[in-house]
Design a protein. Structure first.
Length: 229
């Protein structure tokens, strides 16, 4: 399986490149040992431990000691709650307050707001996906999602399908309260990939570590035979 690269989340741009990469990797993995992180990022284990020590001191990374065999317990690192400020959430409290006013006065308008957001995103995305084969469309859509703050990546599966994974929910505070936000996200992806079936297979709001979408190409339509001999 091959992962399609995407740009680093711009919210982390102020950090040194290696520390930024460590945080992004831990966000994707959930947890990891210094040795594994060093191998992934191409640095020495000693250098990785120094970076992790600095990130721990800054309150962005924590660790657990785990005994997995002979010798000293291993440190397994993970992101802290404090690191979430580096990953965009787009002012959930203010947005939820405003949406609650809308929902109280006009529930139908609340639905239309989410539909308009979906349609606006779809219009912009179609312009970037136009004329591309499906595989390139999936890759470009993944870049769009990453630019929107979802820390997205795409994996091409061995069976010819794709898996789009969002490691961060940029609207988590809203999505946790309004199911329309998650439904709108699914509809957006389905709308801009009409040549594929899209199914959500993992969901942050449901308690899973990331949101993921399985993208399966639709079979080509057969042309109807011409009548008459």
């Amino acid at each position: 399986m091959a992962a399609m690269p995407v740009d680093t989340n711009p919210a982390l741009a102020s950090l040194p490149s290696t520390r930024r990469a460590i945080l992004v990797t831990l966000k994707k993995w959930g947890e990891g040992r210094a040795e594994d992180l060093a191998a992934e990022l191409g640095v020495t284990t000693s250098a990785m431990r120094q970076h992790l020590s600095g990130l721990t001191g800054d309150g962005l990374v924590g660790y657990e000691e785990r005994k997995g065999g002979p010798g000293r317990p291993k440190h397994v690192y993970h992101l802290t709650a404090g690191s979430e400020v580096l990953f965009p959430k787009y002012h959930a409290d203010l947005t939820n307050e405003q949406l609650s006013y809308v929902g109280d006065d006009d529930p139908g308008l609340l639905e239309r707001i989410f539909h308009r957001r979906r349609d606006r995103r779809a219009t912009n995305a179609r312009a970037r996906l136009a004329g591309r084969p499906l595989g390139q469309q999936v890759g470009e859509l993944t870049r769009i999602l990453d630019e929107d703050g979802y820390l997205a990546e795409c994996v091409e599966m061995d069976d010819g399908t794709w898996r789009i994974v969002e490691h961060n929910c940029a609207i988590l505070g809203v999505a946790a309260r309004y199911g329309q936000a998650c439904q709108s996200e699914l509809e957006f992806i389905r709308t801009v990939l009409p040549g594929a079936r899209v199914d959500r297979v993992s969901h942050i709001v449901a308690g899973q570590r990331h949101c993921a979408y399985a993208v399966t190409p639709k079979p080509a339509r057969r042309r109807a035979p011409r009548g008459g001999a």
